[in-house]
Design a protein around this ligand. Structure first.
Ligand code: AMP
Length: 277
């Protein structure tokens, strides 16, 4: 497994890798959710590149950039075991040198949900992913359904800008009790961790209501909110039942709909979602 830190080395390396090349962009501190994307990329491509980069531009001013968990040694060991071909681990000044001033902005889709709570988040995500696509030139790029809005925004960007990569979105990997795996779960106190299972319970409730024939989106939001409010440490940011393509809130559920939520436990903000088909 080759590990490279500079853009020049990564570009030289990509020209030697057998195609198709699959790219899995990550911020590191890898868990089974990330590794499921890597396994999928390994199955579907001749070469797999993983990027590990805690991208400063997607964090807001009061967010957890400085505290974001990192363990590159452990990450590299896990990637090596899986058979990853190359890992790109640039430092921040390599990606954002002085006078950096170009942003990729996807309108509309980014204004809702995560974008409403984190106004500069998506321009950081789309800009860094556009850079990674230019640097690695992958045939396929892998994202998790866990970050459903991110996957939708990147799909929009790749289509609108005619990027030569297929965007593959893979299912959310969960802990045995249903909590979606996330690098940020490590911030949770034992009590918060216990109560955090309410996110996936609320999504299961939404699925059950939908399967029972409930199409009143406001009722689904209200029942999910009631369930979350039973957890004293949970502070709801949003509970959404939206059109899966436009992310506009729905009055009446029409599939495919995206049920998503963001909930704070102390300093930790968790997100999760499920699609209704
Ligand atoms: P991150 O390191 O948080 O930027 O995540 C890197 C990629 O892994 C993103 O495409 C995420 O959507 C994906 N991912 C994160 N958590 C999970 C999970 N529990 N299941 C599947 N994919 C995930």
């Amino acid at each position: 497994m080759k590990v490279v830190n500079t853009i020049a080395e990564m570009k030289a390396l990509r020209d030697t890798l057998p195609r198709p090349i699959g790219l899995v962009p990550t911020m590191g501190y890898l868990h089974d959710g990330h590794l499921s994307l890597v396994r999928r990329a390994l199955e579907e491509n001749a070469s797999t590149v993983v990027s590990i980069f805690v991208n400063p531009t997607q964090f807001g001013e009061n967010e957890d950039l400085a505290d974001y968990p990192r363990d590159t040694e452990r990450d590299l060991a896990a990637l090596e075991t899986l058979g990853t071909d190359a890992v790109f681990t640039p430092a921040a000044p390599e990606m954002y040198p002085p006078r950096f001033s170009t942003w990729v902005i996807v309108a509309d889709l980014t204004e809702r949900l995560e974008g409403a709570s984190r106004p500069t988040h998506f321009r950081g995500v789309t800009t860094v992913v556009a850079k990674l696509l230019n640097i690695v030139a992958p045939d396929r790029t892998y994202f998790g359904q866990k970050d459903a809005q991110q996957a939708a925004v990147i799909g929009r960007m790749a289509a609108d800008l005619n990027m030569d990569t297929e965007i593959v979105v893979a299912p959310t990997v969960r802990e045995p009790d249903g909590l979606a795996m996330s690098s940020r779960n490590t911030y949770l106190s034992p009590d918060e961790r216990t109560q955090a299972v309410a996110l996936s319970r609320a999504l299961q409730l939404a699925e059950r209501l939908w399967l029972e024939g409930v199409t009143d989106a406001e009722r689904i939001r209200a029942e999910m909110t009631d369930l979350l409010r039973e957890q004293p440490l949970a502070e709801i940011d949003y509970v959404s039942v939206a059109d899966a393509q436009t992310l506009q809130e729905l009055h009446t559920v029409a599939p495919p709909a995206l049920v998503s939520l963001a909930v704070r436990f102390g300093r930790t903000r968790l997100i999760d979602n499920v699609k209704l088909h």
